[in-house]
Design a protein around this ligand. Sequence first.
Ligand SMILES: Cc1cc2nc3c(=O)[nH]c(=O)nc-3n(C[C@H](O)[C@H](O)[C@H](O)COP(=O)(O)O)c2cc1C
Length: 356
Amino acid sequence: MPANSNRHEDTQAGGFSLSPRPLRIGALEIPSPVILAPMAGYTDSTFRSICLEQGCGLVFTELVSSEGIVRNITRTLNMLNTKASERPIAAHIYGSDPVVMAEAASIAEGLGGFDLIDINAGCPVPKIVRKGAGVALMRDPERLRKIVRAVATAVSVPVTVKTRTGISPENANISQVAHAVEEAGASALFLHARLASAQHSGPADHEILRKIKSELSIPVIGNGGVVNGERAVAMLRETGVDGVMIGRAAIGNPFIFPSIAARIYGREHLPPQSSDWMSVIARHLRGLYGEMLHENAQRKRPRQHTERAACNRFRGHLTRYLRHAGCPPRIRRELLRQEEVEPLLRAIVQALEQIH
Ligand SMILES: Cc1cc2nc3c(=O)[nH]c(=O)nc-3n(C[C@H](O)[C@H](O)[C@H](O)COP(=O)(O)O)c2cc1C
């Protein structure tokens, strides 16, 4: 394990056990090194609270435009709404102008609910990249350096960066980017260990994670392909990173956090029962619907059919919740057609009772 590691490992014959010490990012103590990745369209406020309750160490807002924050756009500012149950949480912002990013970060900090400001330098979505933001910042490490410096000067909470290993095989410049970010004052690096050209497919590059971890003094949190405790332990052990970040494997499965923590710390973990799935599904859907009603009430022209929109937005989670809870595909398809919250929840109770 590298000398600059944030953690304390005891390896027993064939086993792996990490002392349960908090991960430190700047002055912030994060109770668990297993973190929920930011995922636009999925990491809504209720889901973030549920994951934290299950032992996840840190959550992020969805990706928020710095321009939108500075221009006081209601829809953008709504994305910075958080609850007391969502701590610790990072405001996850994007942009390409150091001045605008600094102002946006300062506004986010002023809202009072954020423990970190995280700068996105990894998003490959064309509409973000065209603005010179997201992964486009990897092409211009000097600009990224200026952004990190400006944001770190503007706020008192720690500033972090989430990025990738490079844009393409010919532009795999993470080492240069990581050093720029650290020198500019970032307190941690969240590293999705895939090239942007790979999108989300293929294995995470543990060799790059190991190299970057060994080169930096700030904590490095590894991300990519961690779907269970075994993969988490493999990433921690092979690379020496200070924590692991879980993306798609957490969608519809917040119980992945206690399961991974149990594997890392060598604790026992009981799998969730049907009643656990039901209670998480009900809480998540009702919470998401409540959030959408609240946002709708603030629109100049409130839209119709918020309940239907909530059920539609919940589908990505629901299909995975039901799969994890053992619900067969035919019943899943029927449930996914429902467009009213309480009837849907009653139908899920019935379906789960039939299975178990
Ligand atoms: C639907 C979806 C939305 C995502 N949105 C963001 C985002 O807004 N910001 C970001 O930095 N990464 C985003 N990501 C990338 C994830 O944070 C994570 O880096 C990626 O999924 C790899 O982790 P995994 O292999 O565990 O899924 C998104 C990924 C998915 C699947």
